[in-house]
Ligand binder design. Structure first.
Ligand code: PLP
Length: 369
């Protein structure tokens, strides 16, 4: 069997930056809970994305949960959420006993459709918050979405879990809304093996999020709690991995961009296939290179043919309004997200891929086309 080619797997620096920070934590016996690596990771991360404050957490999902809580979302509140996303965007809405309303995508960005969002605002003027997602590292149409949220006086939360390193008109995604969320899960562009970051220009809210994330312990000697708490903080070891990974973020984006353009060039001869959209305003991180099939070739065929050669690929996210768990919630839009799901494939976009690996992938697809 030829070497396994992964969709997107952890890629530590060849210099061993991560181990140096881990070793420091060991030497100081600062394995847990918090410590120097956590504090520094937050500061370094905030500087890189260009925001005032950041809280390192146990996952991106935890960060979305605390963003909703910080936005004041609670029992019975309505939250708009893109339908085409990973369930981790929507689940925390339910954790807060709030009600998701799912919004369709547009073809230009694959992300939240501003027209559908506008329609949703008319239908639900009482909406409490909007979560926008930057899927596969492509930024959403932020000018329109920010304008609509401002006009309606609604809090905007950005799920930038997949878009660390993506810029919209020169500004980092995750810094447009009141809160931004990032993930360091194993398959993301950089990883801490598991973890997340909540960012905001509101330093008071970030401080509060850290408090909630450490069981809401009041500032007294005995264990006293005036609020509900969570165990959501990142460990000092994992933050060390994160500090090391930040040093190679640009390299990773560069390689992802290379992979995307390789696919684009080599697969362009197949008429019934297109790469995910590029927009003039967008400098994506190209986390995953995705294709859309609009002819006889079907996603299952591509995925099976690749799997037979030990190559990992997968369909696009299955829309939330089509999920058994979320079916009962309202959906605003047409069939754009559904069609993306039915016709899309995420191609292997692993930063450790060689030229030979890329050739293997494109040859298999060309044989099908
Ligand atoms: C990965 C991901 C998350 C969740 O991040 P975790 O760190 O795995 O909890 C949320 N939203 C999107 C769009 C993601 O891809």
């Amino acid at each position: 069997m030829p070497n396994r080619i992964f969709l997107s797997s952890p890629h530590m620096s060849k210099e061993g930056f991560e181990m140096q920070y881990i070793k420091e934590a060991f030497d100081q016996n600062w394995i847990a809970p918090l410590g120097e690596n956590v504090d520094q990771f937050e500061i370094e991360f905030a500087n890189i994305v260009g925001i005032k404050a950041a809280a390192a957490l146990s996952s991106g999902t935890a960060a979305i949960h605390l963003a909703l809580k910080a936005a004041g979302v609670g029992q019975g509140d309505i939250v708009f959420c893109p339908t085409l996303t990973f369930s981790a965007t929507a689940n925390p809405i339910i954790y807060q006993n709030a009600i998701p309303v799912f919004i369709d995508s547009d073809k230009e960005t694959w992300n939240m459709c501003p027209l559908a969002l506008e329609e949703a605002f008319k239908k639900y003027p009482e909406v409490k918050a909007v979560i926008v997602v930057h899927l596969y590292g492509l930024s959403a149409n932020m000018d329109k979405i920010v304008e609509l949220c401002n006009k309606n006086n609604v809090v905007l939360i950005e799920d930038a879990a997949e878009s660390l390193g993506t810029f919209y008109k020169g500004q980092h995604t995750g810094t447009f809304g009141s809160y931004g969320v990032f993930s360091f899960n194993g398959n993301k562009i950089i990883t801490t093996s598991g973890g997340g970051m909540l960012v905001s220009n509101n330093e008071r809210k970030i401080k509060k999020a850290r408090f909630w994330a450490t069981q809401s312990r009041d500032q007294v000697r005995h264990y006293q709690h005036s609020e509900l708490g969570y165990n959501y903080r990142m460990s000092n070891i994992l933050a060390g991995i994160g500090r090391g990974q930040l040093k190679v973020l640009e390299q990773r984006v560069e390689k992802k961009r290379y992979i995307y353009h390789y696919y684009k060039e080599k697969l362009s001869e197949i008429n019934e296939l297109e790469l995910m959209p590029e927009n003039a305003w967008d400098a994506p991180n190209y986390w995953l290179s995705c294709i859309l099939l609009n002819g006889k070739m079907r996603p299952d065929e591509v995925i099976n043919a690749l799997e037979k050669e030990n190559i990992e690929s997968r369909p696009l996210w299955k829309p939330m309004h089509m999920q058994p768990y979320f079916e009962e919630y309202d959906y605003v839009g047409t069939d754009v997200a559904e069609k993306l799901f039915k016709n899309g494939v995420c191609l292997p976009s692993d930063t450790k891929m060689t030229e030979e690996d890329l050739e293997r992938v494109t040859n298999i697809i060309k044989r099908l086309g």
